[in-house]
Design a protein around this ligand. Structure first.
Ligand SMILES: [Fe+2]
Length: 151
């Protein structure tokens, strides 16, 4: 379990080897940096926009992953989806706090820390489990497309 905020920077350790997923995960890390700089600039409007951006992006990304897992017949799909649903509930809870609380900077720091740590731990653990299944199914899809093109 990763608990240090220093690890909120992208490194190859986070790679799954599925390019489209790795690109999306890298975008999440960019959001962590954007939240950090919005906090440093003390720009409340920007802080709210980037926090919302991170959470919307993370939720869409999770749904995208679910589509890949489903098409790969991933055997633990439902368990992974349940983890994503729990994340969504929690993340939307933070957004509500961001709308209501007076101390937006404090909520933004919490979002960066808690959502950040949740996501990197998720990338390092649960996401790794679907990788071989999704890789195989993407390869099959690729082969099928190539076959259609050639025969
Ligand atoms: Fe996931």
């Amino acid at each position: 379990m990763i608990t240090s905020l220093e690890t909120l920077t992208w490194s190859d350790d986070f790679k799954t080897g599925i390019d489209i997923i790795d690109e999306q995960h890298q975008r999440l890390f960019e959001y962590f940096a954007e939240i950090q700089s919005a906090i440093a600039e003390e720009d409340e409007g920007k802080v709210e926009a980037v926090c919302r951006g991170l959470i919307d992006y993370a939720v869409s990304h999770n749904t995208f992953e679910e589509t890949l897992m489903q098409s790969a017949d991933y055997p633990h799909f439902e368990a992974h989806q349940a983890v994503h649903h729990a994340f969504r509930e929690r993340a939307y809870g933070y957004l509500e706090r961001l709308e209501q609380e007076e101390n937006r900077m404090k909520v933004a720091r919490t979002i960066r820390t808690e959502i950040g740590l949740w996501l990197i731990n998720h990338i390092k653990r649960e996401d790794q489990h679907y990788v071989p299944y999704v890789k195989r199914s993407l390869d099959r899809g690729f082969v099928a497309r190539m076959l259609k093109r050639f025969f």
